[in-house]
Structures are given as structure tokens and as C-alpha cells.
Design a binder for this molecule. Structure first.
Ligand SMILES: NC(=O)C1=CN([C@@H]2O[C@H](COP(=O)(O)OP(=O)(O)OC[C@H]3O[C@@H](n4cnc5c(N)ncnc54)[C@H](O)[C@@H]3O)[C@@H](O)[C@H]2O)C=CC1
Ligand SMILES: O=C(O)[C@@H]1CCC=N1
Length: 270
């Protein structure tokens, strides 16, 4: 396998991955990008020193093709790539919902496909990327995908049957935390704090809590109990969260995200 990797459809996730790969030691000369708009191509060249090419040129020059277009655009992209693909190519799909069989059904028999669900903390090398092999992907293909996504954070191999659930948890996950911070900052405003101070208090609390969750080895219930003093302030807040069904809302929300991921499987659902 050559060193060259092409990111096809370099939008938010494609660029986050690309920038992390460069931070992780890939040289821009080994990275190709494709975009729909020429202005976007120039932006990527200026920011990262990578070479923008057409989809067909990317297939010619690179062995590893990372497809980061929207699920709804995947069918069109795969049709465009199919005539140019050869036995040495590895397809890595970063799209929500689309199963590896979507590619296998449309490409030459035996084409290796790896499915990856990453997330936007790739921008700060704290991504969670969940990796599954298609029918023809070997251990070497999986290791190659892990090396690429390992440049932007943690990786975990899962059976493909768990990908939609993982998409709901970690793919979309950062959005839930951003949403919580937004809502808690609003609460700070209600309590009379200036927005910037409320934001700083909540963000630092989130960073502290996340670090404890990662590093303390303690169960989240125990960590929460340690904050919750008898007849104190926290338990009053927890009672309100329970009264408003926040736990049930979160469970329902992630189930809805999982269902939407399943719905995207055909690659044509708007
Ligand atoms: N945004 C997120 O947090 C995450 C997104 N994903 C997945 O990553 C994929 C991309 O998502 P985003 O980066 O958010 O979308 P985006 O819209 O920012 O990027 C997609 C890019 O693909 C380009 N594109 C579309 N068709 C093309 C074609 N035929 N040739 C070349 N370029 C083409 C678009 O112009 C766009 O710039 C989706 O499949 C999504 O499910 C996965 C994990 C997290
Ligand atoms: O919302 C979405 O469909 C994408 C996939 C996971 C995160 N963002």
C-alpha cells in the first residue's frame, strides 16, 4: 500500500481528519483532497498545503480513499468512482448510516471497505472513532484505518451491527454536550451572571468532570454522589432533572438518533 491517502468530499469532518493526520506526521504531499467547489479546494490548499484533485485523479493517485460526503451524496460519488477503482484500493467510509454492503453491492467483487464513525473533537485530537470491517476488509486494512483515525483520537473496533448505536452515542455525542453547555449558560443568565462568566464556569466544570470521568476510574454515579451533599444544593437540582424526565429524554433522544442512522442506510433518504 502506498502512503497516499485521498479524502473525498472534504467538508467539516474531512478537514478535521486531514488536519489531524498532518499534526500526526502525514506529509501534505501524501494527502489529496476533493471538493465540489473550487473555492473550497483553494481554501484547503492554503490552510494545509494539500493538493486538491478531481475524484477520478484521487483514485488514480491514492490507494486509500476516505469518503466523507453526506450519506445522501454517497451513491452519486460511488457511481463516479466505480469505473476507476482497482484491486489495490481500500475504501473507508465516514458516513452515518451507510453500511459496507452499500459499497460492496456497487463496486467490483472483493473491494475492501471499512466503515468508520468519528466525531468533531477530531479537531483537537480527542475524537472517538468507531471502526468496522466490511466483508473483504482484512486485518491489515483495519490496522491502516486505525492508524489514520488514531491520529485524531481514540479508536474502537465494533461489529458493524453496532455502528448505528455508536453513531447515536459518539458520532452525534459532542452535540449533546454543546447543547447542555448552552442550556446551563442560559441558566446562569437567569441567575444573574454575565454570559461570558456563566460560559467560563460551565465549560471549566465540563472539562473538570470529563477529566475525572476519564482519569479517576470511578463510576459516574459515585462521582455524582460525591457532589451531592445531604440536604444540599445539588440534590435540589437533581430532583428537578428527574421531575422533567431528563434521563428518559436522553434515552429517547439517542434512540431517535440511532433510528435516523438506520434510515440513512440506503444513502438516498433526505
Ligand atoms: N459533522 C459531524 O459531526 C460528523 C459527520 N459525519 C459524517 O461525515 C460526513 C460529512 O459530514 P460533514 O463533514 O459534516 O459534511 P460537510 O457538508 O461539511 O462535508 C461534505 C463535503 O462533501 C462535498 N461533496 C459532496 N459531494 C461531493 C462529490 N461528489 N465530490 C467531492 N466533494 C463532494 C461537499 O461539497 C461538502 O464540502 C457525513 O456522511 C456525516 O454522516 C460523521 C461523524 C461526525
Ligand atoms: O448528524 C449527523 O448526521 C452526523 C453524523 C454523526 C454526527 N453528525
Amino acid at each position: 500500500m502506498t502512503q497516499k491517502v485521498a479524502v473525498l468530499g472534504t467538508g467539516k469532518i474531512g478537514e478535521a481528519l486531514l488536519s489531524g493526520m498532518i499534526r500526526g506526521g502525514w506529509t501534505p504531499e501524501d494527502l489529496l483532497v476533493t471538493t465540489r467547489r473550487p473555492e473550497r479546494a483553494e481554501e484547503l490548499r492554503a490552510r494545509h498545503g494539500v493538493t486538491p484533485v478531481s475524484n477520478a485523479e484521487a483514485v488514480k493517485a491514492a490507494d486509500t480513499l476516505i469518503l466523507t460526503v453526506k450519506p445522501q451524496d454517497m451513491g452519486h460519488l460511488v457511481d463516479e468512482l466505480a469505473p476507476h477503482l482497482a484491486a489495490h484500493h481500500l475504501i473507508i467510509s465516514g458516513a452515518a448510516g451507510i453500511p459496507t454492503s452499500f459499497f460492496e453491492d456497487r463496486l467490483a467483487a472483493g473491494t475492501p471497505v471499512v466503515r468508520v464513525m468519528t466525531n468533531t473533537p477530531a479537531l483537537v485530537d480527542e475524537a472517538m472513532s468507531v471502526i468496522s470491517a466490511g466483508s473483504h476488509a482484512t486485518a491489515a486494512h483495519l490496522a491502516h484505518a486505525e492508524a489514520i483515525f488514531g491520529a485524531v483520537g481514540k479508536t474502537l473496533r465494533v461489529p458493524e451491527s453496532q455502528q448505528d448505536a455508536c453513531t447515536a452515542l459518539s458520532g452525534s455525542g459532542p452535540a449533546y454536550f454543546f447543547y447542555l453547555v448552552e442550556a446551563m449558560t442560559d441558566a446562569g443568565i437567569l441567575l444573574g451572571l454575565p454570559r461570558d462568566k456563566a460560559h467560563d464556569l460551565i465549560v471549566q466544570s465540563a472539562i473538570g468532570a470529563a477529566t475525572m470521568l476519564r482519569d479517576s476510574g470511578e463510576h459516574p454515579v459515585r462521582l455524582r454522589e460525591n457532589v451531592t451533599s445531604p440536604a444540599g444544593t445539588t440534590i435540589n437540582a437533581i430532583r428537578e432533572l428527574e421531575n422533567h424526565g431528563v434521563r428518559a429524554a436522553l434515552i429517547a433522544a439517542l434512540e431517535a438518533a440511532r433510528d435516523r442512522s438506520r434510515e440513512l442506510a440506503s444513502g438516498t433518504k433526505d
